[in-house]
Design a protein around this ligand. Structure first.
Ligand code: GLN
Length: 303
């Protein structure tokens, strides 16, 4: 497969879409990201990497980080994770409060903000003073100790995160947070602020294509855990656009409002794409088109 040529073609074909749509202006630093950015990396399970565009530029990975916290929680808690969070697509926005009231504080899935708060609460119950289990996991998964938080984005999340604060306290009122809501929120705002490039993301997600082996060969998840996480990405990874993604792209994927999307072709490759302008549903417009073109041109998808 000539991935280098395919990526070059994709970059050319998505160009008219780059800059269309809106950046996530409810988190101020995200609104200021240059609209003309487009980068893409494809990394095979054989450790070959192909890239095009702004593939080495770091951006705010936002909700993409929820995949790392979910994987870590399943390692720490096993199937008990699913007693406190469901695994069904929501059909509602990622920050919606409505379902949580009707479903008595059990979030529909771990990628909604409410679900991610519950997952982080589980992780925090295992975390000792001075530890940062999620960041350690991200660094190990990508064999990349340089990955960290963006303090400017984290501060903006803290300052503007009123809906997330509401969600955390709402969860607490249902008894579905064990820790103090402010501690969970602080971990959540940091989680959303992780900055990585497409290149770094493709390496850190390698374990989802290899049955659990990280970029340097370390086992960071079991094959069973990987199967589960990929399944939840396919059904819930892009929020209320999951059906359209399965139809157009056909790969487990996870997006963030920073404009990044990571998609996994188990046994073959991981791809990470970034372009900051979003669809109405909060997923990268050019990024989604790039993934659709990739699975069309390679004739590779989980279907
Ligand atoms: N930080 C964002 C929020 O909490 C993450 C949302 C996303 O990337 N979908 O609203």
């Amino acid at each position: 497969m000539d991935y280098a040529r395919i990526l070059a073609e994709i970059a050319e074909e998505v160009r008219p879409l780059v800059g269309q749509g809106r950046t996530a202006d409810y988190i101020p630093p995200l609104a200021d990201v240059p609209r003309d950015r487009f980068g893409m990396v494809l990394r095979t399970v054989g450790n070959e990497a192909y890239s095009v565009g702004h593939a080495q530029e770091r951006f705010s990975i936002q909700s993409i980080a929820k995949v790392f916290s979910l994987t870590l929680a399943t390692r720490l808690e096993g199937d008990a994770v699913w007693e406190r969070v469901s695994r069904e697509p929501s059909g509602t926005a990622f920050n919606s409060l409505v379902q949580l009231e009707v479903e008595r504080g059990i979030p529909r899935n771990p990628f909604l903000n409410a679900g991610a708060l519950v997952v982080l609460d589980m992780v925090l119950s295992h975390q000792r003073e001075g530890e940062d289990l999620v960041l350690d996991f991200v660094r190990r998964a990508g064999a990349n100790p340089a990955v960290g938080y963006d303090p400017v984005v984290a501060a903006a999340e803290r300052a503007t995160g009123h809906r997330n604060r509401a969600l955390a306290h709402f969860l607490k009122s249902f008894g579905n947070l064990r820790n103090d809501p402010d501690r969970v929120l602080d971990a959540y705002f940091l989680l959303c602020s992780i900055a990585m490039s497409c290149s770094e993301l493709a390496s850190a997600f390698q374990y989802l294509a290899t049955g659990g082996l990280a970029a340097d060969g370390e086992e960071v998840a079991t094959a069973r855990q990987v199967k589960r996480v990929n399944a939840v990405m396919l059904t819930c990874g892009v929020y209320d656009e999951a059906g359209d993604y399965a139809y157009r792209v056909g790969l487990p994927a996870k997006s963030g409002v920073g404009g990044g999307v990571v998609a996994v072709m188990p046994g073959r490759f991981v791809t990470a794409v970034w372009s900051p302008c979003l669809s109405e549903k909060g997923n990268s417009l050019a990024g989604t088109m790039a993934l659709e073109l990739l699975t069309t041109k390679t004739a590779l998808s989980v279907f």
